[in-house]
Design a binder for this molecule. Structure first.
Ligand code: ZN
Length: 147
């Protein structure tokens, strides 16, 4: 097995793990959370993202939704990654993620991407990029309305 194939297999396992065991799945009870609904009509993915921002930091993030494994695993990874980040850092991370999806260069040292790296292969499948970026766009929209 080539290194490339091994990586693909590993990444696929990480994606399937987030799809089957989503992190931060659920709804927040308090109504002062930021709530964003977004969908990706080309694939039928739907997400409701809720975030709690306190003192310029994302103190909590939760999502519910349905869709393909890429969209749901990306939402799980995104909520995991931005929880505890400042709003500024979350926006920077989102920009890095969008650069990864576009196959552009990005600052690898800026953040520990962790599981998010598993989605980099999606860049090779343009039709699926909107699936991967759905949760991130929802996060950006929510934070932009906060300002
Ligand atoms: Zn999708």
């Amino acid at each position: 097995m080539s290194l490339g194939n091994k990586l693909d297999t590993l990444y696929r396992q990480v994606i399937m793990d987030h799809y089957k065991n989503p992190r931060n799945r659920g709804e927040m009870e308090d109504d002062d959370s930021l709530t964003v609904n977004m969908n990706n009509p080309t694939c039928g993915d739907r997400i409701q993202l809720q975030m709690k921002v306190e003192d310029g930091k994302i103190s909590d993030a939760k999502f519910v939704g349905e869709g393909c494994s890429i969209s749901m695993s990306s939402a799980s990874m995104m909520t995991q990654a931005v929880k505890g980040l400042s709003v500024d850092d979350a926006m920077k991370l989102s920009e890095i993620f969008s650069n990864i999806m576009l196959g552009k260069e990005y600052d690898e040292e800026a953040f520990d991407l962790g599981d998010i790296e598993a989605l980099q292969g999606v860049a090779k499948f343009p039709a699926r990029i909107k699936c991967a970026t759905l949760a991130w766009k929802a996060m950006e929209k929510g934070l932009n309305t906060e300002e």
